[in-house]
Design a protein around this ligand. Sequence first.
Ligand code: AMP
Ligand code: GLY
Length: 421
Amino acid sequence: MNILILGGGGREHALAWAVMQNPKCDRLIVAPGNAGIAAIADCAALDILDGAAVAVFAADNAIDLVIVGPEAPLAAGVADRVLAAGIACFGPSAAAARLEASKAFTKEICDAANIPTAAWARFTDAAAARAHVTAQGAPIVVKADGLAAGKGVVVAMTIAEAHAAIDDMLDGAFGSAGAEVVIEEFMSGEEASFFVLSDGTDVLAIGTAQDHKRIGEGDTGPNTGGMGAYSPAPVLSPEIEARAMAEIIRPTIAEMARRGTPYQGVLYAGLMIENGAPRLVEYNVRFGDPEAQVLMMRLGAQVLDLIQACAEGRLAEARVSWADDHALTVVLAAQGYPGAHAKGEPIGGLAALPETSQQMVFHAGTAETEGRIVSNGGRVLGVTARGATLREAQTRAYAMVDGIDWPGGVHRRDIGWRALD
Ligand code: AMP
Ligand code: GLY
């Protein structure tokens, strides 16, 4: 079959790498892709937010299945347009993508289906929002309702900080995404990510992971898209996973179907676990980045069979074959990220690192100029290794990191600490 993957980050390189290994894959095109993806698939320039353009491109290239990587095209209705053109698409409709695109919508779903999550309220008026915060006290969490590239959440430790966040968001710091704010009870506990596939009716768990959101070691400094990940997440024990399925995931899928907007694709639940009980922090309607890198490393070629079963409504007959192992990704970012950073710096040492089913360097913000790989974004590489234990995966990943020659790159040395301490 001919497959089109939309996106050009580390997540999409990992997806492309896994999909390519499946003998069913005849041709793979990734739009826009990156330098790492270009080494294993065809890359195409395409406006992936333009559903009509994506549908035409897919038809012209005899694509059988479109796999949407990031959330923005899903929220923009790209999956709807591809399906309307008669082409299978992995990823939810715009209506179902509201599970990520609107925090208030997700909270409504939680209320309707009795899903454990933080208490919440929504506001468009700053004075009312401020008064609510004053009455509730701190810590408290202020969120822009809409998509804000991961920057729309402020965990405020003081009332003053929460007031400032409210003013910022309602003053337009995030454009229309912040026209409404959601204010939530602060939840304590340990966070973990739970990934399931759904075809609208059936649900299949495909793995757990933990991310490292802060730029600095010991989880300090500003939030980023994610500086490293590992899978599985030991905090998500089989018992807690079963509870998350029964109390959070299945009720969500059932409520979406009941509303006539069934959810098809991967559903990524951010969970807060405290005293053995999971509560929902947020949903994402896509794989995580860098969580996809560790998941794809562990799942390999079967990912395509699972994705296809999901897109074709055959998830009930799908099974995951689990490798009893661990994977860990260390992200190399450009110095200065998540703020201003340089681009175009040459990265050496990559050719000497063997890429196997045990270790891969997934590219994110990279480009190739004059035969050399150069940095071309904030997060640049996702150095990933597997091991029989998490410690082994970590040791292997850092050995690879140490073989990469990029003086302008930064990374954390403590990826995996929560599970290893
Ligand atoms: P979100 O984009 O909703 O996942 O929020 C980003 C991060 O903010 C989460 O991964 C949590 O670390 C934190 N967060 C969000 N909501 C809450 C909450 N209600 N209580 C505590 N932390 C939260
Ligand atoms: N790594 C967090 C995310 O993909 O949302």
